[in-house]
Design a binder for this molecule. Sequence first.
Ligand code: ATP
Length: 403
Amino acid sequence: MTVSQENPVTDGTVFSNPGSDNPVLAMTDAAVEYRRHGQRVRALDGVDLTVARGEVVGLVGESGCGKSTLARAAVGLVPLAAGTVSFEGEPVAPLGMRRRPGRLRGLQMVFQDPYESLNPRRKVGELIADGVLLGGGSRSAGRARAVELLERVGLPATAADGYPHEFSGGQRQRIAIARTLAAKPSCLIADEPISALDASAQAQIANLLTALVREEGIGLLLVSHDLSVVRQVADRVAVMYLGRIVESGETAEVWSSPNHPYTEALVAAIPRADGAGVLPADLPGDVPDPASPPSGCRFHPRCPIARDECASTEQRLVPLGSRAAACHVRAPLPGTALDPAGAGADDSRPQASGAASLCGLSTRTSSTCWPARCCPRAPSRSHQTARSPRSRPPFRPACRTGR
Ligand SMILES: Nc1ncnc2c1ncn2[C@@H]1O[C@H](COP(=O)(O)OP(=O)(O)OP(=O)(O)O)[C@@H](O)[C@H]1O
């Protein structure tokens, strides 16, 4: 995954984040605008994001941060006001799921409410077989494939003869996933696929999705409110705030040592076994309306470490080793007042951030941090950032022990 927002720096250097060299899905500088009461609402702003095959990318943030907008833009359900989205190297046209050209059938979406996306008047087997017929298969091939896919998602062959209302929420979500599999996807966008389900069904669907990623090499963008799920299943995570990505990186690293104060607050809010896990008192208020975003850093009115510059100067993602964060204090742009070379730097930020933000290079790379590529003084081995192993233990809903 790459999640980056380019940062034109005063000397002309452009930063971009490390990420996948060969993404199946790539958003570049993507923006989405809605119209509300004649006013433009920029719900997504300058977002870069990539998903590679066999990778789970988690997308988190409070309600109203723009996660669904990003997910819908990724599959072409809402048009872009700026930037591009490409799937397997070709642009994704905003045509809606049904009218999309055949080459986009490999990019599928799993919705929060499977009931809404399943026609209640048609048998489950027919709904799944549709995907096969669209791909040019025969009716009998469609039926056989539907049964095969139902078994693949853990349902019996007899489910093919039932109607969607005859199934539980978790089973309906399995049916919806089976239907997307009929199109032989290489990338799935799942927008809150488990939040409408009970705890046991949540675990089953989360594990099913990750099994599809690992076993079939599908790329998965997983949008979820549930940080504990994302923490357990995602290889990489992107944290959104008010239409922008404010932090990204390997999930385990972001969770264990968040660089952005917003990420810190989200991580602190994960319910823990000891009953702790509410948003800390120093994160007041709600996500502002994107129709009138705050000046400077969009998070500054709620930020416990904000300084004067945060209210006046916009901040974009700055690479911090294999990660990136958009924070004037933790990841200052070189040459700004909060640059460690200048006065007022925050000495508490991780070692990598100082190195990364000072180096000033522009290379994008997936397997090594950029100082290793570009800095003649960087020790080559110690700067290598290995990709996290793909195998993870299955998701368990009872495991909400926070950090
Ligand atoms: N069709 C629309 N018209 C106008 N504004 C919209 C529309 N859809 C979303 N918005 C606004 O865009 C912003 C982002 O909404 P979005 O649904 O993408 O956020 P989200 O992070 O997915 O929230 P949630 O988790 O509650 O679904 C919100 O301020 C929302 O009010």
